[in-house]
Write a protein that binds this ligand. Sequence first.
Ligand SMILES: Nc1ncnc2c1ncn2[C@@H]1O[C@H](COP(=O)(O)OP(=O)(O)OP(=O)(O)O)[C@@H](O)[C@H]1O
Length: 225
Amino acid sequence: MPLACRDLRLGFALKGGGEHRLLDGASFDLPAGSALALTGPSGSGKTSLLHALAGLALPAGGSIRWGELNLPAQGEAARDTWRRGNLGLVFQDFFLIGGMTALENVLLPAWFDHARAPEALRDRAAALLARAGIQSPATRIEAMSRGERQRVALARALLRAPAVLIADEPTASLDAASGAAAAELLLQVAQESGATLLLATHDLALAARLPHRATLVEGRLEQTQ
Ligand SMILES: Nc1ncnc2c1ncn2[C@@H]1O[C@H](COP(=O)(O)OP(=O)(O)OP(=O)(O)O)[C@@H](O)[C@H]1O
């Protein structure tokens, strides 16, 4: 799905009055099926921008068009529906559910729509976990390492082959080998399914692997490629 942002502004009202401006009018496009790495110093607003692109937060101004839909112009329910139908999200905190197995966590999004996940989705969940190197899908989440949990979270985001993938520092707080495995899975599956991928990262080697790159710096989004 193609992305077109026009004059996008992001900011927060400060308690004492005034505004903390993170993005002061950025316009950029990403063709369907392409991938953009977002870099920038800590606190520059990468997470805030990804939240706006996911429809989880509203920008201070400007438009975010996913295909025909201008996401910020939609009400909360419409944004939720769009997200459920089109988006896979991977956060730094994995938001996995304790007490459930790896497989159950991957199938969780499907349970919003089906009382019992269809067989095809169960097969895809198992295949994604195997591909992610998770040998025992029946293991409970709390018995898994951070690297394993991140790969479970990735498998969950990829379950329904979403048209859009948004990942916020998917390799942060993982060791080099786990980070590389998680990144590999994400990039491969995004490419196979033709998903449009936006990824925020401090890892410049990972950013360099994506065809498009942009940096958030002092309220500007500088597209470097
Ligand atoms: N709801 C909010 N209200 C006020 N300020 C906020 C809010 N959310 C984020 N901020 C501030 O906006 C700035 C940008 O935060 P954000 O998490 O988007 O940056 P980031 O580039 O993703 O940082 P990091 O690389 O450390 O994850 C920070 O200074 C943060 O404190």
